[in-house]
Design a protein around this ligand. Sequence first.
Ligand code: ZN
Length: 75
Amino acid sequence: MLTIKCSKCKTKLFKYQKIGKGKVLKCHKSRITKMYRLEAGDGLYRCPCGTVIGSEEGSGIKMNEQGFIYTGTKE
Ligand SMILES: [Zn+2]
């Protein structure tokens, strides 16, 4: 389980069940297990501080690599 955080202010945004190894490029909404502070609007997802975390892409969120960090294990 990964905890996705804002790269700028380190606010916890959501918990994500990642399947497989590799980079976090896209998050499937069905695998977001807990939502903390992610804000949606205009096709974008932002941290409350304004940092863009990703954009709407079908059933998932296309992640902005500069916008987030994560902690936890990829399993
Ligand atoms: Zn932030």
